[in-house]
Design a protein around this ligand. Structure first.
Ligand SMILES: *Cc1c(COP(=O)(O)O)cnc(C)c1O
Length: 415
């Protein structure tokens, strides 16, 4: 910080302010986490200054001896952590990782089948607003209206009708486990490839806290910054027979030079994710999410699908006569951060919504546990019972500030 304070006080001040905002608010945004300081060190390292098109041993620049060692280390760690044959650690983001998988095995105009965005899927799975929806011909499956869970018979019917070249699974707001084995058998039956995008849950999978898609999918993509607690970036895993195609599809197919400081940070992330404290944080994340779902449920905020098997809770606000945008703003006024989210078959628009998505990775990595989650659920209810009452928000904000002081953000992983 010292040099940036001298050389660019404006940005230095913003970094300080942002750090303090994170320190003093309760982060229940399911897609976020706090990376240990070792990750930030790697991001701000000398590897930023290296340009290295290509792959270890096959670069289009000189001076890559150390860079090659670094990328190989990151690849080996990713493979070991997830039990994969091959890993590509160069994707700049989760969306880039998905684009490269499509590029490796699909042609423009090919059919894909994926989960619809409004039921929890992701833009990059062929949604109309994404370029993936224009390049390919997507058909979407959703959840069953009664169970609010994936209906594998319906998915099979859709795949049988559409005969896609790729079946895509994985979601941004689906609180349940996914049956990868069944999806693979559906893909195999109709000669489709299976891509599982495990962006949200990669940390839980790395810790062995929930089942892994790696043994079942042809391709697995993920981001390293959500439950995995690493930098903002993407990774592709695949079996050995697709290794060359995937690597070529990242470079030169969809990216230029890798960001080597980001590769360094991913290497640190995979190292830390193999340690007992990381597993303890992931187990606590699962436990606190289940507890949050139960606590909200008992107060009349129905968890979509009845609960959760992962780190997130999708709350249906209709029973309280509330809208997502209004509820999100009322909670933010008290320092409780979550996001409005459409629920399956939501009558409201994506800007308004009938739901709130909560996640427990952020509070679990700063050490909060069951007692704190019970308190937080009570505060959420107090605020949402009178969302237009600023005095309640002020009152809760003081307790939020106190809780945050008792559980400071951690620079190192602790169980
Ligand atoms: C978050 C997310 C991504 C996007 O990753 P970016 O790093 O923002 O590109 C992709 N897929 C799923 C399922 C996600 O939840």
């Amino acid at each position: 910080m010292r040099l940036i304070e001298k050389d660019d006080p404006a940005v230095a001040a913003l970094i300080q302010k942002e750090r303090s905002r994170q320190e003093t608010t309760l982060n229940l945004i399911a897609a976020e986490n706090t990376a240990p300081a070792a990750i930030l060190d790697a991001l701000g390292s000398a590897f930023n200054n290296k340009t290295a098109e290509g792959y270890p041993g096959r670069r289009y620049h000189t001076g890559c001896r150390v860079t090659d060692e670094l990328e190989q280390l990151a690849v080996e760690r990713a493979k070991a952590l997830f039990g994969a044959d091959h890993a590509n650690v160069q994707p700049h983001s989760g969306v880039n990782a998905n684009l490269a998988v499509y590029g490796a095995v699909l042609n423009p105009g090919d059919r894909i089948v994926s989960m619809k965005l409004s039921h929890g899927g992701h833009l990059s799975h062929g949604d109309a607003a994404s370029i993936t929806g224009r390049i390919f011909q997507p058909s979407h499956y959703g959840v069953n209206p009664e169970t609010e869970r994936l209906d594998y018979d319906a998915i099979r019917d859709l795949v049988r009708q559409v005969r896609p070249r790729m079946l895509v699974a994985g979601a941004s707001s689906y609180p349940r486990l996914i049956d990868y084995q069944t999806l693979r058998s559906i893909a195999d039956e109709f000669s489709a490839r299976l891509l599982v995008d495990m962006a949200h849950i990669a940390g839980l999978v790395a810790a062995g806290a929930i089942p892994s898609p790696v043994p079942h999918a042809h391709f697995v993509t993920f981001t390293t910054y959500k439950t995995l607690m690493g930098p903002h970036g993407g990774v592709i895993l695949c079996s050995a027979d697709f290794a060359k195609k995937i690597d070529r599809s990242i470079f030169p197919g969809t990216q230029g030079t890798p960001t080597l400081s980001l590769v360094a940070a991913k290497a640190v992330c995979f190292h830390l994710a193999a340690t007992p404290p990381f597993r303890a944080v992931q187990e606590r994340t699962l436990h606190t999410a289940a507890l949050l779902a139960a606590e909200l449920d008992s107060r009349g905020y129905r968890p979509v699908s009845g609960g959760t098997d992962n780190h997130m809770v999708l709350a249906d606000l209709r029973g309280k006569g509330l809208k997502g945008d209004q509820a999100e703003a009322a909670l933010e006024a008290a320092g409780i951060l979550c996001n409005r989210n459409v629920i399956p078959f939501d009558p409201e628009s994506t800007l308004v919504t009938s739901g709130l998505r909560f996640g427990t990775p952020g509070i679990s990595s700063r050490g909060m546990g069951p007692e704190e989650v019970k308190q937080i659920a009570g505060w959420i209810d107090r605020i949402l019972s009178k969302p237009d009452d600023p005095s309640i928000q002020k009152n809760v904000a003081a307790m939020v500030a106190d809780l945050c002081r008792r559980f400071p953000l951690r620079d190192r992983l602790e169980g």
